[in-house]
Design a protein around this ligand. Structure first.
Ligand code: FAD
Length: 508
């Protein structure tokens, strides 16, 4: 089992079959050398590099519970409380370095969701999904593959279920079952990191009734599978990217992620890569297990992004000598506390999880959804502060090329020179661009709001885990409507250390 070096990763991507990738009306033939993907490539290479770093490898690697060998953390399911805590710390730390998505998180969350679900399916139905899944997982671990997760269907009319849509392909579905596999058709939108990955795990995005069983499909595909088509999306500063080093200053940082639309144009999936095929009754469990891990991460990585934003805000306020003003300190304190709130929710979701009989560790859903919910809110308060404090020039600053121009550069430098000794105008511009990048330049804010589900989805799922009946009972005991006080002890003791606040699917 090997941990790939960045060079080995690049070699492995070069070995992929040619993929059909569209961008601004043209095909990208060489994703490794296309300017629009340059910051994304830097991100993924940095992650492979960090798994070899003496200071970082304890966070980025783990002993596989399947083989006992060291492998990348993103290739294993969570199997114990310590793993969940490691996931939080890893997500936060990487966000502080990269200021964007790692691409590998979602794949690991699909792995964490499928591991217990396939186990339960086999126990209940006598299928062999779990063994298939473990076999595929061993391949991922051995090759240290980057796996992304594709859930979000185009969805069409949100009021209708998948099988009720006017076009049945608005959600990805099975269109043919064969002895050796299935053929699937549909699309998945907003796919993070997929163009530089090795594998994509396809999962349903909603729970399904029996009439919608054709949509109950989970499988893994190499991203270069024939019939997969990609359309790379845009971000506000994408035309600044990659032209030359000076232009890159205007991007704000060298790391970014990308999102692409994935079109699955009648693609064959062999049996050994299918982990759910029409078992609609297991879609609620799959969603619960996946989101418990995915939404734990949502809080953790936004806390890292917030820390980075706070650091950039400190630089920007230093450059105009306001960083010690009392209202500025209060605002920065609030930004810092927002980061710690998200970090704590993520940590506690992992800590308060439970051991599933498959061996998986399932984070506490209520806390994980709460972490995601606040991740859609707290970054936006911090963004408001950062944009206020960096001053208007952060929104309208001239480009680095103008600053470096022999004719106009000296005048820009004269008028925009920072008030802080030792800081150059270029340093100031870089700090402002970093704030711009995080707040409106790339997809960090979109990730906070939508990635892993938006505010309402988190609120709804959190609410499902609040046992109001039980809380009302506790209130009745507290105010004397119910006289038998021992019932309170009974109710509270049931809750200790497990998810019993929740839908009946978690109850044995
Ligand atoms: C930067 C970024 C990265 C992403 N990365 C990935 C990825 O790697 N993989 C992946 O699979 N997905 C990814 N996503 C997708 C993300 O998970 C979805 O955007 C998110 O789940 C919201 O779904 P949606 O975009 O369809 O919006 P919708 O769910 O349609 O939400 C739009 C609005 O409509 C409301 N609404 C929708 N349905 C109903 C209803 N039935 N009743 C009442 N109100 C309703 C919502 O509450 C919301 O206010 C990413 C998204 C972004 C922006």
């Amino acid at each position: 089992m090997a941990l790939k070096t960045p060079k080995e990763y690049v070699e492995s991507i070069k070995r992929r079959r040619p993929m059909e990738i569209w961008y601004r009306g043209e095909k990208i033939t060489d994703p490794l050398n296309h300017p629009a993907l340059k910051p994304s490539l830097a991100t993924i290479m940095r992650i492979y590099e960090l798994s070899h770093s003496e200071k970082f490898r304890d966070l980025l690697t783990i002993k596989s519970h399947l083989t006992g060998e060291i492998c990348n953390f993103y290739t294993v399911p969570l199997t114990k409380r310590e793993d969940a805590i490691q996931k939080t710390r890893l997500a936060r730390s990487l966000a502080e370095i990269l200021g964007c998505c790692t691409f590998r998180c979602t794949g690991s969350e699909a792995i964490s969701g499928l591991y217990p679900t396939t186990y339960e399916m086999d126990q209940a139905l006598g299928t062999d999904y779990h063994e298939r899944f473990k076999k595929w997982l061993l391949h991922v671990q051995k090759e240290d593959l980057t796996v992304t997760a594709a859930l979000t269907d185009p969805k069409g009319d949100r009021k209708l279920k998948p099988h009720e849509q006017s076009d049945p392909d608005r959600y990805l579905r099975i269109i043919e079952k064969r002895n050796d596999g299935i053929v699937i058709r549909g699309a998945k939108v907003n796919q993070t990191g997929i163009l530089l990955a090795h594998e994509v795990v396809i999962l349903p995005t909603v729970t399904l009734p029996e009439e919608g069983k054709a949509y109950a499909v989970a499988c893994a595909l190499p991203v270069d599978t024939p019939g997969l088509k990609y359309v790379l999306g845009r971000w506000p500063v994408d035309l600044r990217v990659g032209h030359d080093e000076t232009e890159m200053i205007d991007v704000g940082k060298k790391y970014a992620d990308h999102q692409a639309m994935l079109i699955v144009d009648d693609v064959f999936v062999p049996n050994e890569r299918i982990f759910m095929c029409e078992e609609w009754q297991f879609t609620p469990k799959l969603m619960e297990y996946f989101t418990a891990v995915h939404r734990l991460t949502a809080g953790a990585c936004k806390s890292g992004g917030l820390s980075l934003l706070l650091g950039a805000t400190k630089l920007a306020t230093d450059s105009i000598n306001v960083s010690k003003m009392s209202h500025v300190r209060s605002k920065m304190a609030e930004m810092g506390m927002s980061a710690e709130t998200l970090y704590s929710l993520s940590l506690s979701a992992g800590f308060e999880g439970f051991q599933h009989e498959s061996g998986a560790w399932i984070p506490n859903s209520l806390l994980a959804h709460t972490s995601k919910f606040l991740a859609t809110i707290l970054p936006f308060n911090a963004i408001r502060y950062a944009r206020e404090l960096m001053s208007g020039i952060g929104e309208t600053a001239p480009s680095a090329k103008d600053l470096k121009n022999s004719e106009i550069g000296a005048l820009i430098d004269k008028y925009l020179a920072p008030a802080k000794e030792g800081m150059t105008t270029e340093d100031r511009l870089r700090a402002l661009r970093l704030i711009e990048n995080l707040t409106r330049g790339t997809n960090w804010t979109a990730m906070a709001l939508h990635g892993g589900g938006n505010t309402e989805a988190a609120r709804l799922m959190a609410f499902r885990h609040m046992n109001l009946g039980k809380l009302a009972k506790l209130a009745e005991i507290a105010c004397g409507i119910e006289e038998d006080e021992s019932k309170a002890e009974e109710l509270i003791s049931e809750r200790m250390g497990k998810i019993d606040y929740g839908p009946s699917i978690f109850k044995k």
